[in-house]
Design a protein around this ligand. Structure first.
Ligand code: BTN
Length: 255
């Protein structure tokens, strides 16, 4: 907290020892108070008992991680909200790289990886009425000091933590402070309507672009090369038969 150098993100921080999900706690705050007054408020917890991720999946949230949700009231078109996710994933990857010199990269849509293992995940929940945004909840889960050996055997294959990479515990408060600072500046760029620099930076940190990938959506599965991303977060794939596909939501496996 002493190192927080932001102007609105994280100035108001609500801390929980244990909570179902920081996104739920943040949602409750938004129902009790005008969300506009909560812009930038951060809810953090030592552990979550009902943490969840993309596509409604359970998200293991033991002690040692950074489980946080940022309340935001952005003024922008709903269909550009992925820009906030990009700003957030860039910020997590950058902070991990700067602080610990680890090669964190972004796997589409918004996972942060070190090597071939996931170290952080992001989630954006939206409350809106048509094109009028009431609030967004940006959830971030970072396996900072998580003991990977204590996760399920299934997760151990695909997950790492910063502690596991470095061999020692890190100062979570100072990592979170750096992430919030990195995020706030990029969020302001997005709010000013400038998407290009953010997309460019996301691409420069992308683990997915130029790779062969296997995609599974609700409707179909296919393989190809990931060639681009657009401002809505759609991944553009060139299939082996030359067809170009746009994927907005789905699972992406690197081949
Ligand atoms: C994903 O990769 O599927 C996204 C994971 C998001 C997890 C974070 S942890 C803080 C916040 N609270 C939750 O229940 N989920 C998000």
């Amino acid at each position: 907290k002493k190192v927080l150098r932001t102007s609105f993100v994280g100035i108001d921080t609500r801390y929980y020892e244990s909570v179902g999900s920081t996104n739920w706690a943040a949602k409750k705050l938004c129902m009790e108070t005008d969300p506009a007054l909560l812009n930038g408020t951060v809810v953090v917890a030592e552990e979550q008992t009902g943490g969840f991720g993309r596509l409604g999946r359970a998200w293991a949230s033991p002690k040692g991680g950074i489980w946080a949700s940022i309340i935001l009231t952005p003024k922008m078109p709903v269909d550009s909200l992925f820009m906030i996710m990009m700003a957030a994933s860039i910020s997590v990857a950058r902070a991990i790289r700067r602080k610990y010199d680890l090669g964190a990269l972004i796997k589409w849509p918004n996972d942060v990886y070190i090597g071939d293992k996931k170290v952080a995940g992001l989630l954006l929940e939206l409350s809106a009425d048509g094109d009028e945004i009431h609030y967004c909840l940006l959830g971030m889960g970072i396996d900072a000091n998580v003991d990977v050996g204590e996760l399920s055997p299934e997760l151990q294959k695909s997950v790492t933590s910063i502690k596991a990479e470095l061999g020692h515990d890190i100062d979570r408060a100072s990592l979170l402070a750096m992430i919030l600072r990195e995020f706030e500046s990029r969020y302001m760029i997005v709010q000013s309507g400038e998407y290009e620099p953010i997309i460019r930076e996301w691409k420069s940190l992308s683990l997915t672009l130029d790779n062969r990938v296997s995609i599974r959506t609700a409707r179909k599965s296919f393989e190809g090369v990931a060639i681009d991303i657009d401002q809505h977060g759609a991944l553009i794939i060139r299939r082996d038969n030359g067809r170009i596909e746009k994927v907005i939501a789905g699972d992406c496996v690197h081949l």
